[in-house]
Write a protein that binds this ligand. Structure first.
Ligand code: GDP
Ligand code: MG
Length: 768
């Protein structure tokens, strides 16, 4: 390729008849490679003016093969370097909607110029940068010529081009093409970029949760098939597919029918989904996010109007309040607190119904199934385990509904925008905010997509710091555990505590990140840019679909993974059972007690076992004494089980944090999936207490249990929030980073969580 380019230079140089290149310059030019430059920009941005200024008469006009678009090429020297410059047709975008766009795109990808000068009309910055974002996404080596500075000045527009350059990560040179002012510096920068000989590095712009997820899927397919990867980065091709780019679609058809079908189907599915939920096409969302990206750049003090004549759009007006330096964070906290208040107060009744439903189911099984292993498994493993998790479905649903409102309206992006300032203080990046929110920053996310969302971070160290700290957020699996413990021990201030624990999660994550950035992940911060899509009115249909999708995922998980783990843990908690000798001891004790009562009383207890009301006083006494033995026996069985032994093994250490062996079992189970903490606690506390008469909810059982109190509850909450991420997240971290980091994350988090809980427990006990 390089050889061809050099040959091309030589041939074109020879074609010039009236050139002023002397032999000595040519030999110099051979040593200092000549440079190819493409001039691109919106129509009327001043390309031709600049082109003429730079090349004078040394240009020739032809046609691009087969079409009527002008192909203008010219030559000039700068400090002895020869520059070949092409004036591309003016375009607003790089999607193949028009001939001009196709020509520009094809030229860039087939000719691969050393540098692209993107000429931008400074008096119309926002609109012009739309094309710029696409060059950034394509990854071409880019320099911005900020043209018409005179016009901008007349209109009272002031542009801080250094700031713009910093945020975009490319040189920005202000010029006045008509007078030639600034063009020397422009060419110097262009040569600098051309010489830096970098590969094309695309800039990833986030297109929102829905599209980003699909993009990853498409990118993987494109990379696997190496479709057009020699010309475009896979992400660019993927975006063009989402934009229904005809040329790309045709190329796909020609290259690989199977792949094309697969890609078109994926795109079709997401298009339908977006149409249904938000009534928009992917193209519109993509455009929105590009403008959001631009807006967030301009908003960071890049452009100021001296005359306040510019029209404010509704979104901008709303943002004046909602992202205001002082008011913004206050409103944000208010909204978050409101979300918890809404979730807890509205879901209280339905959650009680669900609890009632599962107690009722338990009671039915209790009376219909014969005593034995099966009954124990169904009641303790399935109903108390999975039921405990499913009981929170109404709450999860309300919470997701609230979050869907924030997300669909565009407010969540503002939260990210505001949090950004805070994040930089902790050595994280603006783009870290979304992964944090996705992982459960507002409670109810999941660390797995959170870890994957860190892909938009370009600096490896900032990415690593984000990836390792997102599991500290309160994901959807931890929420019910938090709710259970908060509900049981701090029933009067549920929303407040939930809010405080959410804040705590952020604080811990941020300080952990800072710690990592100061130790194992030391390094520079990189500038950031975040997208601000316009506000939209959420549609009810969209809200319901979004809520249902997530709720259904939760239910599905409870019905499959959690059910499996729950039964497995039940088995671990049941086997190997008590040794025969001890069983005999218990049976003997039972017999002795039973036989100390008259035969009539014995019969009464057997016949009316489930109906305490009709029992005589004597019979009731017998029943209660038998129950005591039963509880002692099942308690001992649990302690003797595999899980019980593991829990007991850790007890000497865990007591410092206030956890007994039963709680240890639940924490171990929680490593499989955090919801399992509830189901395991459910099973543990139902095994020692299998009588239906007081089939209390798990919360009530915990409050009654002597080994639990509010200090233990806080200590347990802290441990659950911060200890090792669940198994799936760990695997995901290993895939995104390495197994080394995955193990680091388990060890680091668990150690930290343990010491934090010990601290809380010991101090809590001191204070009583
Ligand atoms: P193209 O469509 O990108 O090739 O844009 P042109 O080079 O044809 O320029 C469009 C118009 O803007 C012409 O009337 C130019 O004279 C004018 N123009 C270009 N650059 C400048 C500049 O820096 N300042 C001013 N005031 N006008 C300019
Ligand atoms: Mg022109």
């Amino acid at each position: 390729m390089a050889v061809v380019a050099v040959l091309y230079q030589i041939v074109t140089a020879e074609k010039q008849t009236n050139n002023n290149i002397t032999t000595s310059v040519i030999s110099k030019q051979m040593s200092d490679k000549s440079i190819t430059v493409a001039l691109a920009g919106n129509p009327n941005a001043g390309k031709t003016t600049l082109f003429n200024k730079l090349t004078g008469a040394r240009q020739h006009v032809g046609n691009y093969p087969g079409i009527t678009v002008d192909h203008k090429e010219g030559y000039f020297n700068h400090d002895g370097r020869e520059i070949v410059i092409t004036d591309l047709p003016g375009t607003y975008s790089l999607t193949a909607y028009s001939v001009e766009e196709i020509v520009s795109r094809d030229f860039l990808t087939t000719q691969r110029p050393d540098v692209v000068i993107n000429i931008v009309d400074a008096s119309n910055l926002e609109r012009n940068l739309y094309l710029t974002t696409q060059f950034l996404e394509m990854g071409v080596p880019l320099v911005i010529a900020l043209n018409m500075m005179d016009v901008a000045k007349d209109r009272g527009i002031e542009i801080k081009f250094a700031k713009l350059a910093e945020l975009l990560g490319i040189p920005v040179v202000p010029i006045i093409a008509r007078s030639g002012k600034g063009t020397d510096e422009l060419i110097r920068q262009a040569i600098r970029i051309a010489d830096s000989d970098k590969k094309w590095i695309p800039r990833d712009i986030s297109y929102g949760e829905d599209l980003d997820e699909v993009l990853m899927e498409i990118i993987a397919a494109i990379e696997k098939a190496s479709f057009l990867t020699e010309r475009y980065h896979a992400r660019f091709t993927a975006i063009k597919y989402l934009e229904h780019d005809d040329q790309m679609l045709t190329k796909g058809q020609e290259a690989d029918q199977e792949l094309a079908r697969q890609l078109e189907q994926t795109v079709g599915t997401i298009s339908d989904h977006l149409l249904k939920t938000m009534d928009v096409y992917p193209e519109a969302i993509i455009a929105d996010h590009r403008y959001g990206f631009i807006k967030s750049i301009i908003r960071q003090g890049v452009m100021t109007h001296k005359f306040d004549t510019d029209r404010l759009y509704t979104s901008d007006k709303i943002d004046k309040v909602l992202t205001n330096r002082l008011l913004g964070p206050l409103v944000m906290l208010g909204i978050l607190f409101g979300l918890y208040q809404f979730t807890f107060s509205w879901s209280e009744l339905p959650v009680a119904w669900m609890e009632g439903l599962f107690s009722w189911l338990g009671a039915i099984v209790e009376t219909t199934l014969p005593d034995g292993m099966l009954k124990s498994m169904v009641i303790s493993g399935v109903i108390d385990g999975v039921g405990g998790v499913l009981g929170f479905v109404p709450l999860i649903m309300f919470m997701f509904f609230g979050i869907a409102i924030l997300e669909d309206s565009g407010y969540l992006a503002r939260v990210a925008f505001m949090m950004d300032r805070v994040f930089r203080m902790f050595g994280l990046h603006g783009s870290s905010v979304m992964p944090f929110i996705v992982s459960g920053g507002i409670a109810g996310g999941c660390a797995v997509p959170g870890v994957m969302a860190t892909r938009t971070l370009r600096s490896p160290k900032e990415r690593m710091a984000t990836l390792l700290t997102v599991p500290f957020m309160n994901c959807g699996a931890k929420v019910p555990v938090l709710v259970l413990l908060i509900g049981a021990f701090f029933a009067d201030h549920k929303a407040l505590y939930m809010f405080l624990f959410t804040m705590l999660a952020w604080l811990v994550a941020l300080f952990a990140a800072k710690f990592l950035r100061m130790t194992v992940l030391k390094g520079e911060a990189t500038p950031f840019v975040m997208e601000l899509p316009p506000y939209r009115f959420p549609t009810l249909r969209g809200l319901i679909i979004h809520t249902w999708e997530r709720t259904w995922q939760y239910i599905k998980k409870a019905g499959t993974v959690i059910l499996g783990i729950s039964i497995l843990l039940w088995a671990l908690m049941t086997f190997p059972g008590l040794p025969q000798s001890e069983q005999d001891t218990f049976n003997a004790a039972r017999n002795t007690i039973t036989n100390s009562y008259s035969e009539a009383v014995q019969r009464e207890v057997m016949d009316f076992n489930d109906n305490t009301d009709v029992l005589s006083e004597k019979a009731l006494e017998l029943k209660n004494r038998l129950k005591e033995i039963e509880q002692e026996e099942s308690g001992l069985t649990l302690r003797n089980s595999v899980a019980g032994r593991i829990g007991s093994f850790f007890e000497p250490v865990s007591v410092y944090a206030g956890f007994d062996w039963k709680t240890n079992i639940a924490m171990l189970g929680g490593f499989a999936a955090k919801e399992v903490i509830i189901s395991t606690l459910g099973t543990v506390y139902s095994m020692g207490d299998i009588d239906v008469d007081d089939a209390d909810s798990l919360g009530k059982r915990l409050v009654k249990d002597p080994s639990w109190n509010s200090v233990v509850a806080v200590s347990a909450l802290i441990f659950i929030m911060f200890y090792a991420p669940c198994f799936v997240t760990v695997v995901c971290i290993a895939k995104e980073a390495s197994w080394k980091w995955a193990f680091f994350s388990m060890a680091f988090n668990t150690t930290f969580a343990f010491f934090a809980s010990v601290l809380v427990f010991q101090i809590g006990n001191l204070l009583g």
